[in-house]
Each structure stands twice: as C-alpha cells, then as structure tokens.
Write a new protein. Structure first.
Ligand code: M6R
Length: 615
C-alpha cells in the first residue's frame, strides 16, 4: 500500500518520478506528490486524486532538480486531501519525507513534539515522523551525509510500526536516504544514476538491476554509488539481482484494462505454473523449491494454508485437492486470524503462505508467527523478490508475470495449478495410483487449450453482464471445490463493480440465504458435472421456484441446465479436480464486463490497493 519512488542522477528528476510513480499507482491512488531539491531548497507539489492530477500540477509549474522523492497514497491516517498527501516536511521546511506504512505510536510522538512547540498541518502519522526526523537531524553531531543517515537511524528507534521511507534534505543535495522496516523497498542500480522504489516494476524502463533492501537496513543513495548499512551501522552485504519482465510486461497492450489483459493471459500463465514441473514417467510433479526430501514430505501429517482474499480462496481449493488426492487433512485460515489466534496446531504440520505480491502484511505476520512456533513454512508467491518469498523456508513460484489489476485473476488460477501439483506430489507419495496421477497430468496439460476456447466467450458473457448489471445484489453458489470458486466470484464482483455479492455452498441456501431470492437478485450457480451435479440441479429448481434468475456455469452442451437457467456460462469439460480452474474464468469475465457496463474504474476500484502492506 502506497508507492514510493526516489531518484538521484544527472537527469531531471520530475519526469522520471512521475513516470515511475505511474507504474506504482496500483499500490494506492487517492493522492500523490513529489519533492525535489531545486538548488535553493525543497520544492513540493502534491495533489489529491490520481497521479495524473499531480502530473498536471507539475506540467503547469515544473520543478527542476536532479534528485527527489515521490509517493502515491492509500490513506490510513487522514482523508485523501492535498494537505495529507506526501511528501511531508519537517519544521524547518528543509527535510522532506515520503512513507509507506503505519506509525503506531504517532499520537504519543505527536504529544511530545507538540509540547516542544511543533505545529502540524496534516492529519497524518507521516508528518509526525518528518518532524521527529528534522529534530533528530538538528541534534545529530555527525557531519555531511552521515548526519541524515544518523537522524534516520535514531528516529526509527523511537517509532513503532511499519515503514518504507525516502528522505531528502536541502543541505545535502544529491543524496536520498531510504530505510525499510516491514514495507518493501528496492534500490534500482543505474549507470551514473540510482533509484529507490517500492517495487522493481516501477523502474523497469530505467534499470533491471535491483538490490532488495532487507528489513531494518538504511541506504544512502547518490548518483554514482549507494551504501547500505545494517541498523547498527555496519556495511551490509549487497546482492544485485537482474529482474525479468521489463517494461512491456507491465503494459496493457491492446486491452482496455489490465484486468482483461490478465484474464486473457491465463492460458499462458497456467502453463508457466506447471512448465518443467510435470513428471509423466512417475505420474507426479517435481517441486524442487520445496526444499524437502521425499522422506520429509512423507512425514507431513497435516497442512495449514494461510492467505488473504483471493489467495486464501486458492488455498481453499488446494485443501480440497490435497485432501482428495493425498488424504492429508488441511486447515485453511485467514492469515490475519491465525497471527493473533492461538489455535492448537498438530506438530507434524507443514505451513503454506500464499500471496501473489509476497508483501501482504497479514500473510507475512502469519508466516512469521508459524515460524516462531517452530513450524516449517513454505511460500507460494508470484513476486520472487518479495519478503514472503525470502522469509519462507522454501516454496513454489507462480511465474505469472506482473499482475497489475487490483482484482487478482491470473494469480488465482496459477495458485490453484500449484496446489494441484502439490497434491499430486503428495498423493503419489501415499496411495494415489499412477493411473489417477496421469489423468491429472493430462488434464493439466490440456488446460491452456481449454482456457483458449473458453475465452472466446468473452463477448457472450459481456451481453449477459449488461443484462444483469443493474442488480443491487448477487449470490454465488457452488459445492465442494467449487465453493471457493463461488467465494472468489463474489469477491471479484464486489471489488470491481461495488455490487453486493455473497458466496455460499449451494446447500446453505435453505439455511437462510434463500430469503434473499427474488426476481431482482441473480444467482450464479456453478453446476458443472461432478458428484453433486444433481444436488446443484435441486438448488437451481429451488431458486427458480421463487422467481430468482439463475446464471449457471455449466458444461458445454449441457441441455438440461440450458433449459432451466436464465443464462449459461459454458465451460469445456475437464477432470473434475481441474474443473474449478476453468469455472472461475467466466466469473472473472462476468465481473469485469459488469464493472465496465457500470462505468467503474476496473483496474483501480475505490478504496482498494493491490498490495496490502499495512494491517
Ligand atoms: O498479494 P496477495 O495475494 O497476498 O493479496 C491478497 C489479497 O489482498 C488479494 O487477493 C485481494 O483479495 C485481491 N484484491 C482480490 O482480488
């Protein structure tokens, strides 16, 4: 949440900051700002609204200078106004700060600073930190750049909470100091110029060489060098990594929105999730990154999956797959609940933290808690340089490429593919037959082809979406592995259309939810052929008997459903355990087209941010 970019080099900072900030807008988009050292002092521009508003302000009154910091905000403390936008200045007006995170003891610090005469302009926690930094800077006995580094290090000892920060001071042109505790920050290594950003993708047009700042580290960034120090001031080990993808990977291409682009990428992204990981000879999967021997895997008696939102839904499909194929009991829990709860956990439990971004604060907190309790915890992440990927004891990368749309789509199907591989691997170490294993492998292999054919229905789904777009509320029903698909369909609908939607197991209908059914409330019922097909038909009849419109996800050629439902999202038939991956795709398209019909900002829905790095 919130995105930071900083630049030091020979070029004009303003266009670089605005451009790179644009690639971070998915992290928060309620206001934005920048501060540049203009040779005389710190010059600030900040505006509520999207980055384009800031760009307009900068175009009409440009800021000239070769080093600066910038920020796109997702509000935590204080409304999204011009004043609350970052950067914030200290009392002298010479120090400017941008911040991603939450200062938990800001009220206490504010009280102390107010007593010593400080006045604050904004309602933010960040401004308190700027003033604290300013005072610490003035009090420091160090000279030159060390003075700012010393101030940052000392101020951070007084601050509780999470942060990624970038700071400039008008006495120290050509220097940006950054620090990280909890919130991600990477250094972009250029030729005669250097960058700092919340995410390496922001820097894709400028450099593909990055250094991921570790927790508690402080960096002093100059045009020709950067020095990273541990919290105690020792020089830190630096590992320059080359990132994949480049600028094109975070481009919309011919698609009007990232969400649609990412839905359409799924034929490829599911393939990337299983590429090189299928072992047809042994009818199993190869997942070397788990860092577990065959014996260790055999000893796993229980599995615990942690995640938030879409990632947790993928884990819920994973539970069904692992329990069915490997007969290992699986618990799934919202990461936020696990980290503060004290549910007993069986000693031979293997944990999985699932996260596209690898930076979700609740999932990271839960992973740390599981590790603190002595459990081995593996990650299923997309972002390879993320904190969760680094702090896990091993794991599986999704290789889905950058996911920019706030609504997770391709990451979900990749996560489910990975759970399929995992359940196959574990199943084959227990009682799963080679014949059954091969059926799963074959179905995975044909998945991209099935997704291709399914995506051809986008226009048909658009017409259905237009017909039902005015609904105030929708229900999504499914059973067994399709219950999490119903949850995921409802989540997609809520977040991009703002239409109220609930996901339930179909059979729960009778236990209360049926009271919501009327002719204005469409129900999306997942009813592909499986062991509960007839039960789903029963639910369909119950809804129709009460006048509710039913939009069914059904197999191509299912005339029975076609004759009963008001609309059908047809999906190709595949192995029952792989079917949920296909079934979710029409629901993603349905939400997308409904959002477009309603004129919503699909890639940046209100109140949301892509990567939730605060609790
Ligand atoms: O990056 P993560 O996978 O950890 O993100 C978890 C959730 O915040 C995320 O899935 C969220 O629910 C999405 N906006 C759903 O579309």
């Amino acid at each position: 949440m919130c995105g930071i970019v900083a630049y030091v080099g020979p070029r004009d900072a303003q266009p670089i900051l605005l451009d790179a900030l644009g690639r971070l807008e998915y992290r928060g988009y309620d206001s934005a700002g920048l501060a540049i050292l203009n040779g005389k002092g710190v010059e600030v521009r900040k505006k509520s609204g999207r980055i384009e508003e800031l760009a307009k302000a900068c175009r009409s009154k440009p800021v000239n200078g070769k080093s600066g910091i910038s920020h796109t905000r997702w509000a935590t403390h204080g409304a999204p106004t011009d004043t609350n936008a970052h950067p914030h200045l200290d009392a002298s007006g010479k120090l400017a700060l941008v911040h991603n995170g939450v200062i938990e003891n800001y009220l206490e610090l504010k009280g102390q600073l107010t007593k010593s005469g400080h006045k604050f302009l904004s309602d933010t926690d960040t401004e308190i930190l700027a003033h604290l930094l300013g005072d610490t800077f003035e009090a420091s006995k160090e000279k030159g750049e060390k003075k700012l580094i010393d101030a940052v290090r000392k101020a951070l000892t007084q601050v509780q909470g999470t942060l990624g920060i970038a700071v400039i001071h008008s006495d120290l042109p050509g220097l940006v100091v950054g620090a990280r505790r909890g919130s991600p920050l990477v250094i972009g290594v250029g030729n005669g110029e250097n960058f700092l950003a919340s995410d390496s993708q922001a820097l894709a047009p400028y450099t593909n060489r990055v250094v991921v700042l570790q927790d508690q580290e402080v960096v002093a960034l100059h045009a020709d060098r950067f020095d990273v120090a541990s919290p105690l001031g020792q020089k830190a080990d630096i590992r320059v990594e080359e990132i994949e993808g480049g600028a094109a990977a975070s481009d919309k291409g011919a698609h009007p929105h990232f969400m649609l682009k990412e839905i359409f990428e799924q034929a490829e992204t599911v393939r990337s999730a299983f590429r090189g990981r299928l072992d047809p000879d042994e009818a199993t999967a190869k997942l070397g990154g788990l860092n577990l021997s065959t014996e260790e895997l055999r000893e796993v008696e229980r599995i615990f999956v942690l995640g938030c939102g879409t990632a947790l839904h993928a884990g819920m499909v994973g539970k069904y797959l692992i329990e069915t194929l490997a007969k290992i009991p699986v618990d799934t829990q919202h990461a936020s609940e696990f980290r503060y709860g004290d549910s007993p956990v069986h000693e031979k439990t293997l944990f999985f933290a699932v996260s596209q971004s690898g930076e979700t604060a609740d999932t990271l907190g839960a992973l740390r808690e599981a590790k603190r309790r002595g459990f081995r915890c593996l990650g299923i992440c997309n972002n390879v340089s993320s904190t969760i990927a680094r702090e896990s004891d091993g794991g599986v990368y999704m290789h889905a490429g950058p996911e920019i749309g706030v609504a997770a789509t391709k990451s979900f199907t990749s996560q489910v593919v990975i759970f399929t591989l995992l359940s196959l691997l574990l199943g084959r170490l227990h009682s799963l037959s080679a014949a059954h294993g091969r059926e799963i492998l074959n179905a995975l292999d044909r998945l991209p082809e099935h997704i291709h054919s399914l995506l051809k229905q986008s226009e048909k789904i658009r017409a259905i979406a237009h017909k039902y777009a005015q609904a105030h509320s929708m229900l999504f029903l499914g059973r067994l592995a399709n219950f999490p698909i119903a949850l995921e369909g409802a989540l997609k609908m809520k977040e991009v259309t703002y239409v109220h939607a609930e996901g339930y197991p179909s059979a729960e209908l009778k236990h209360g939810v049926i009271a919501l059914i009327d002719k204005e409330t469409p129900t999306v019922l997942i009813a592909t052929h499986d062991g509960v097909y007839d039960k789903n038909l029963g639910s369909l009849q119950e809804i129709k008997a009460r006048g509710g419109p039913v939009l069914a996800v059904a197999h191509e050629g299912d005339t029975k459903i076609a004759g009963m439902a008001d609309a059908v999202f047809s999906v190709p038939r595949t192995h029952e355990l792989i079917q949920p991956i296909l079934n979710v795709i029409p629901l993603q398209l349905f939400s997308y087209h409904t959002a477009v019909a309603l004129g919503r900002d699909v890639d940046k829905p209100r109140n949301l941010a892509k990567s939730v790095t605060v609790e």
